[in-house]
Design a protein around this ligand. Structure first.
Ligand SMILES: [Zn+2]
Length: 181
């Protein structure tokens, strides 16, 4: 069962892609046409700037988000994460660009994901963590790159762990980051 294998709800940003369709087009377009050529795109949910939640794939489907961890993750992404003035000049400067509507919608996605997990047999009080893509990196403040296609290593451009701590549950025990397991 997919739900019982889930350990992470991972928050992302789209880093330059302005809407869900543009993101998905890039992931699924053939490599010969400048895309990634993936059969399945990224993220189960994408939150547009106005807070609209796009259901890209059911949670039962494994999507692309964090290399090596997709089978145990659900992925939620918001449109944004870059300073757009700099982006227009070709610079990738990470910035928390979440609108109030997006903040609410991201949280709705998290709650929906937790409900789906519980309905499908996951013990949500054990070994479930909400975190950012960058929390998978063991090179958080180094110069390394997590995944080049995300173009910025700061994804999702805010500290998701304290923000969603309320939803983390490990029976009161300290959560272990993926790299410390
Ligand atoms: Zn990401």
């Amino acid at each position: 069962m997919r739900a019982t294998q889930i350990k992470y709800i991972v928050i992302h940003c789209t880093a330059g892609f302005k809407n869900a369709e543009a993101v998905q087009d890039y992931f699924t377009r053939p490599k010969s046409k400048g895309g990634r050529g993936w059969r399945t795109g990224g993220y189960n949910r994408i939150v547009e700037e106005d807070g609209t939640i796009k259901k890209m794939y059911p949670f039962s489907r494994i999507t692309n988000g964090v290399l090596g961890y997709n089978a145990e993750s659900l992925h939620i992404s918001y449109v944004g994460g870059l300073n757009y003035e700099e982006f227009k000049e070709g610079n990738f400067i990470a910035e928390d660009t979440r609108t109030d509507a997006q903040k609410i919608a991201i949280e709705q996605c998290i709650i929906e994901a937790i409900e789906w997990l519980q309905e499908n047999g996951k013990d949500i009080y054990h070994d479930l963590m909400i975190l950012g893509h960058r929390d998978f990196s063991n090179d958080k403040d180094g110069s390394g790159v997590i995944e080049s296609w995300e173009r910025i290593k700061e994804c999702p451009c805010f500290d998701a762990i304290p923000e969603y701590k309320f939803y983390n549950s490990n029976n009161g025990k300290k959560e272990l980051l993926p790299t410390n397991r």
